[in-house]
Design a protein around this ligand. Structure first.
Ligand code: ADP
Length: 454
């Protein structure tokens, strides 16, 4: 997949995700508003019913109160009440006295519960004449001088949007009944809470997967670029010795050279040297196959790290000396014997020395030291080369990773040496660490346990 297509896919996914999130927000908001409307409708319906009941009970009790001494029929009482009403006899009575507390409490409770509203509430009756609440919940309010004095739910009753006029059959309604729900917001939100939480969880999962997929795509892309680099590098590394060998062979075959055994010997040496170079390249490719296999077998043996190091240094010192460099050993470990695979350990020490040499642009100054540590034995390979940046340090043990900077670019390599070191150290239950300062040099620290299967 090329970069443009990846960007396109990411763009499309982002647009789709933002769209889905906006839609979710819209739906949830819409739902909340719908719930609010439904709730308000129910509350007003309940209030209207209560107001109706209060009116009805007043009428009934008024009719019953008309003296029946003269054997008057109900119809007569009705007519009398009608005329009393016309005369506005009841208006004279204060609002609080026209309402029975128990009937009010019961009606409110019934109407609210009957509409499926399961929440605490406060109610109150407001008198226009007194200019204050005269009933709050189930008691009369003797003196109410405003919202700030009234305790309990009353101050909020003042602000409640739920109110209906009482006794609307009077010439002028004497006051209103209001209801207040302290938990209205959580009640309305509660019904969409499940949808909201699920939406957040699912959106979170999608976002995570989206992020993870992009990560994987980029990692794969990087890996495929590294593999390409590897192939280019390898081709280059093989081409040079092949060309040299071919040239040397041609030269040996020429009649001018054939008669000079010393010249033949020189060309044979060149062929041998180039052959060795190719051999070590093949060795590296094989090492890579080894890293991939993961479950490779170590042939463990007791080995003296000092001997292995000495051997590696002997083999390597010529290369360092050729560049006028120094290769020092400081073997301080008292107990350098560990359990390990001699071939692999020799290889990784060689890799570290090779890197120390490769990444020292001037005369190499390399020190290899050992020390006893709590875990076992520690080997440190220190150079005064180019060093490694903090960012690169995170990746140098990854397969195919190479630092791409102008002046290091011409150093040949496959980006496999350190991942091989890491694989071998892990197989030995050991550790590998790096300390480095760009421009000053690097130290690679290998820590071996005494026993692999301790
Ligand atoms: P290669 O040397 O083949 O590129 P390695 O796996 O051995 O691969 O190293 C990975 C990268 O780590 C190298 O490309 C180099 O940039 C960096 N590196 C390794 N050793 C050193 C060192 N001693 N000094 C500076 N950089 C180093």
């Amino acid at each position: 997949m090329n970069a443009q297509r990846i960007r396109l896919i990411i763009g499309l996914m982002t647009v789709a995700l933002v769209g889905v999130i906006c839609l979710q927000i819209y739906w949830i908001d819409w739902n909340i508003r719908l719930n609010e409307e439904q709730f308000d409708k129910n509350v007003f319906a309940a209030l209207n019913r209560v107001a109706g009941k209060l009116q009805y009970f007043e009428t009934v009790s008024a009719i019953e109160a008309i003296p029946a001494g003269h054997g008057e029929s109900f119809e007569n009482k009705m007519t009398m009440w009608e005329s009393m009403k016309v005369l506005q006899l009841f208006d004279a009575k204060p609002l609080a006295e026209r309402i029975q507390l128990d009937i009010l409490a019961k009606s409110v409770q019934e109407e609210i519960a009957g509409r499926g509203i399961n929440a605490t509430y406060q109610y109150g009756v407001y008198s226009k004449e007194r200019n204050s609440y005269v009933i709050v919940n189930d008691h009369f309010v003797v003196e109410d001088s405003g919202p700030q004095i009234t305790q309990g739910g009353a101050p909020t009753l003042y602000n409640s949007p739920y109110k209906v006029a009482l006794f609307t059959q009077d010439m002028e309604s004497p006051g209103y009944l209001s209801l207040y729900f302290p938990s209205r917001t959580s009640l309305v939100l509660g019904s969409v809470l499940k949808a909201l939480v699920l939406s957040i969880i699912f959106t979170g999962i999608i976002l995570f997967c989206f992020w993870y997929t992009i990560q994987v795509i980029y990692r794969q892309k990087q890996l495929s670029e590294m593999k390409n680099d590897f192939i280019n590098n390898m081709t280059h590394e093989f081409k040079t010795p092949i060309a040299t060998i071919s040239l040397a062979a041609d030269s040996i075959g020429s009649p001018m050279i054939m008669s000079h055994p010393d010249k033949i010997k020189r060309f044979v040496d060149i062929i041998r040297q180039e052959n060795r170079r190719m051999n070590s390249q093949v060795e590296r490719v094989l090492q890579m196959a080894m890293i991939d296999k993961k479950d490779f077998q170590l042939s463990l043996d007791d080995l003296n790290l000092h001997e292995v190091i000495q051997q590696a240094v002997d083999n390597f010192s010529l290369q360092v000396e050729k560049r006028d460099g120094i290769l020092r050993t400081e073997l301080h470990a008292q107990k350098p014997v560990i359990e390990g695979d001699p071939t692999h350990i020799a290889s990784i020490i060689h890799n570290l020395l090779d890197n120390a040499n490769k990444y020292s642009p001037d005369k190499p100054d390399i020190t290899i030291s050992t020390n006893d540590v709590a875990m076992g034995v520690e080997i440190t390979v220190t150079d005064k080369g180019v060093g490694i940046s903090k960012e690169a340090r995170k990746h140098i043990f990854d397969k195919f990773y190479r630092v791409h900077t102008g002046n290091i670019h011409d150093v040949k390599g496959f980006g496999l040496g350190l991942s091989y070191v890491k694989a071998i150290m892990t197989a030995h239950k050991g550790l590998v660490d790096v300390k480095s300062e760009p421009g000053k040099g690097s130290s690679f620290i290998l820590t071996f346990p005494k026993q692999v299967n301790a």
